[in-house]
Design a binder for this molecule. Structure first.
Ligand code: D41
Length: 673
């Protein structure tokens, strides 16, 4: 007898989820992609014909939906902690020692697992149904990526047991084979390639259009349970992971339980040996005290638990040859030597350049063109040349590399290069005449913490300079719709958005404006100090080196850079043009002449506030206060938000006044003028 539509629907769903588990959890697909797609389409058709058969947990919901405008914020029910790292056996031994001492025991049982190189997320199931997924964010607040996670076939849309609440923590990642297939497809479509599986996973998870996420094959592995209601969880981490597995949640096969530090180190070696053959990237292993009650006894330091540690694999190294040594010209003209390398795959990416920092570094390592070198790359760090393999140096020996001999003039603009006494870096003296410096100066000017012109990034600046549309920051404010619409890849809509962003940036602050000028040695903090001290740009421009040094933390070097900057007529002209175009900021008397309500008061912000940190900082600084990152005897006030940690403890220890958010806002209101 033919199965009813309802029965067939159920069979198809079951079959599809079974193949998901085969592919994502067991790493052993038993049907081809085409066969899988056929099952999927059959289910889609059946549900279309019989809408009454659709269920919220059907795999057909994994296709994505309308793009979002932005992700909303999710406050985690319990914070998502971070992990401390150990890079050596010694550090693992001292971790174990600390744990044993705190627990007053001779040997500890540990849960061990691979450390996935993915993105930490939290999943929420209500009454057994997947309702929300969020990124870790800062640990307290993440982004709601539910629509994207719903498309991830590796995670269940319904748990077999319908508990009122289950929170699952884990890592989203992309398997090596899916990453390779994705890049192949990207290449065929002429789209950008991802550097490594982690970037591909991150890029896919943070898509506002979940249909794109659905087209990428993301995987997921759980590493723990958050809040649970409706049952008591088993008392060890290992058993909790086994419970997750019984809930059809993917758990790494390598997870286990070992005894003592020797068990940890065995596991590390074991997984290290398997690493290259695993279907996904891992960057170490994680050790956790197995007994949950003991975990609680150990507690946390700041945001990382004392009961767990990540034991990282060493930075990857690879051999390659130096094809050439070139120089790049930085924003302030610094010439940075860069080794062009024969492409080599290391630490998950293909490396073709490595920084050599400066001449001193080249001398110290004695890197020459033609040398065989060891390149090293760890995590997101810029690749570097670790050392030269002297035995492999070509014969006859290539000459030592002398940057100044090779580049007596700037390779971009041909200006003279110069080096100040006691400085190791050579600089192009061309200033804004040099296109390389001009582009970076413009990019800095527009950047988020400077004038904050959204959409004016490095690519667009490059285009605007190369097309001759923009020479100085003042030219940005003269751009017209016609100029922009002519540019490659710029439609009317983006052109209008950019013009709106430019218009918006005209209203700024003196500190941002000073920072945006890109004066050598004047970073964000110095710019703020200058703005606070002088109150008006004219006063700052009129100050000599001696007056400038009355600003907090300003010494002769910074003062000289400021004097030199304002001594250039060109810079004065650009500033005048900017002001004439409507760039403006509130001016005041300046601290030099007047004391603000919170002058001299040092604040520390900690925990999660309802307003953003940047906002709170700006409000305080506007009243003359300083905001510091750490609590000391000099601190006057600590503002403590939700889940404040060690800084709050320190404040109490030192007897520093602690304000909650409401008291803080009230104080600002009262002190305001
Ligand atoms: O595989 C991982 N990347 C992994 C991450 C793991 N296996 N276990 C983890 N355990 C934790 C604690 C112990 C804090 C619950 C983690 C992470 N945290 C983690 N925290 C932030 C990112 C990842």
């Amino acid at each position: 007898m033919a199965a009813t539509a309802k029965e067939h629907c159920a069979w198809l769903r079951n079959e599809i989820e079974r193949h998901n588990i085969q592919y994502y959890q067991l790493d052993s697909p038993i049907i081809s992609d085409a066969e899988y797609d056929a099952l999927f389409r059959e289910l889609q058709n059946l549900e279309a014909q019989h809408p009454e058969l659709a269920t919220p947990d059907s795999p057909t919901h994994r296709v994505g939906s309308k793009p979002l405008k932005e992700f909303s914020e999710v406050v985690h029910r319990t914070p998502m902690l971070s992990l401390n790292n150990a890079f050596s056996e010694e550090e693992v031994r001292s971790f174990d020692e600390r744990v044993r001492e705190a627990l007053e025991t001779n040997e500890v049982e540990y849960a061990v697992e691979p450390k996935f190189d993915g993105l930490a997320i939290t999943l929420t199931y209500v009454d057994g149904v997947f309702v929300q997924g969020a990124t870790r964010g800062d640990g307290s607040v993440g982004e709601d990526v539910s629509e994207n996670l719903r498309t991830v076939r590796a995670l269940p849309l319904r748990l077999p047991q319908a508990l009122p609440l289950v929170e699952i923590r884990g890592e989203v990642l992309m398997m090596k084979r899916d990453f390779q297939a994705l890049n192949k497809a990207q290449e065929a479509r002429g789209e950008k390639l991802f550097a490594n599986p982690r970037n591909a996973a991150a890029g896919s998870l943070r898509q506002l259009d979940s249909r794109i996420t659905a087209s990428r094959r993301l995987s997921f592995f759980a590493y723990g349970v958050g809040a649970v209601e409706g049952m008591a969880l088993p008392p060890t981490h290992g058993e909790q992971m086994a419970w997750l597995k019984s809930m059809k949640v993917p758990v790494a096969e390598q997870c286990g339980v070992v005894q003592g530090v020797l068990g940890l180190l065995d596991f590390y070696r074991d997984i290290g040996a398997q690493r290259a053959g695993l279907p996904y990237d891992i960057d170490g292993v994680v050790y956790k005290v197995n007994d949950i009650a003991k975990q609680q006894q150990l507690g946390f330091v700041s945001r990382a638990p004392r009961f767990a540690i990540a034991h990282k694999f060493p930075a990857e190294e690879a051999l390659t040859t130096v094809l050439d040594i070139e120089v790049q010209v930085g924003r302030t003209g610094t010439l940075t030597p860069v080794a062009r390398l024969a492409p080599v795959f290391v630490g998950g990416v293909t490396v073709t350049n490595a920084t050599l920092h400066n001449q001193d570094e080249i001398d110290r390592k004695d890197v020459r063109v033609g040398d065989t070198v060891v390149v090293r790359r760890a995590g997101d760090v810029i690749p570097e040349v670790a050392r030269v393999v002297l035995e492999k140096r070509p014969q006859p020996e290539p000459a030592r590399f002398d940057l100044h001999q090779r580049h007596p003039v700037c390779p971009v603009c041909g200006s003279k290069v110069a080096r100040e006494a006691e400085e190791s870096a050579w600089r192009c003296t061309g200033g804004l005449f040099c296109p390389a410096q001009r582009k970076q100066a413009l990019w800095h000017f527009a950047s988020r913490r400077a004038m904050d012109i959204e959409g004016l990034g490095d690519k667009l600046v490059e285009l605007l300079v190369d097309q001759g549309l923009v020479h100085t920051p003042a030219d940005i404010y003269q751009l017209k719709l016609d100029d922009l619409a002519k540019l490659e890849r710029m439609g009317d809509k983006s052109a209008n958005n950019l013009l709106a962003a430019i218009e918006h940036s005209k209203k700024t602050t003196l500190a941002r404006f000073i920072y945006a000028l890109g004066i050598r040695n004047v970073g964000e903090t110095t710019a703020k100090d200058m703005a606070r001290h002088f109150g008006t740009l004219d006063k700052m421009m009129a100050a000599d080196a001696e007056r400038l040094q009355q600003v907090r933390d300003v010494g002769p070097v910074v003062a000289q850079s400021v004097v030199a900057f304002f001594a250039e007529q060109h810079n004065i002209d650009v500033i005048a043009q900017l002001r004439a175009s409507g760039v403006h900021w509130p001016e005041h008397e300046g601290e030099a002449g007047q004391v603000l309500p919170l002058s001299g008061q040092i604040f520390v912000l900690t925990g999660t506030l309802n307003i953003s940190r940047d906002e709170a900082k700006a409000m305080l600084e506007a009243q003359g206060a300083r905001v510091s990152g750490s609590v000391s005897k000099k601190t006057h006030y600590v503002v403590a938000g939700a889940e404040a940690g060690s800084k709050l403890d320190k404040a109490r220890e030192l007897g520093v006044t602690v304000l909650d958010e409401q008291q803080f806002l009230q104080m600002l209101e009262e002190k305001s003028i």
